[in-house]
Design a protein around this ligand. Structure first.
Ligand SMILES: Cc1cc2nc3c(=O)[nH]c(=O)nc-3n(C[C@H](O)[C@H](O)[C@H](O)COP(=O)(O)O)c2cc1C
Length: 132
């Protein structure tokens, strides 16, 4: 069985995104992720994205590299990168949530000098739906 990994990053939104823009990102993400069995979650505030990508090592790395080049956001900062035994978002090719209440935490983890792994995990925990 190939190794499963999880990557969690935060990034800055470059210019305001409309609902249509977000739907376009999600549509492409879900279609591509299904093909390579990547699952995860995209959370958004007015200024930042936070995204979890999980799946086979190669598929996650390839997806992250492509996403990091996307000009709709900038300064992708990986907070956690780890091997996992089970997925947290196994039902979602890419779930989405607008979460202004975590905006402050996303900003802090994006901009602080040295991101704190415990704080990154606490933010990640807030994104995991309660029924999994
Ligand atoms: C915040 C954000 C998250 C994204 N998440 C994914 C993703 O999970 N999977 C994916 O394939 N593309 C994702 N994309 C879109 C990719 O950056 C890219 O536009 C898309 O995969 C099409 O790539 P291509 O033009 O090289 O085919 C995301 C884009 C942004 C801005």
């Amino acid at each position: 069985m190939s190794t499963l990994v999880r990557v969690f990053y935060v990034s800055a939104i470059v210019k305001p995104l409309s609902d249509v823009d977000v739907q376009a990102i999600l549509g492409a993400a879900q279609m591509k992720n299904r093909r390579v069995d990547v699952t995860g979650m995209l959370a958004q505030s007015d200024s930042h994205f936070a995204q979890v990508l999980e799946g086979r090592h190669d598929a996650v790395k390839e997806t992250l590299a492509r996403v990091a080049r996307d000009v709709r956001h900038s300064r992708v900062r990986v907070l956690l990168e780890e091997g996992i035994t089970r997925r947290q978002f196994e039902k979602w090719a890419m779930a989405w949530a607008y979460q202004e209440e975590i905006a402050h935490e996303m900003r802090h983890l994006h901009e602080c000098d040295l991101p704190d792994a415990a704080r990154a995990r606490a933010l990640l925990a807030k994104l995991v739906p309660s029924d999994v």
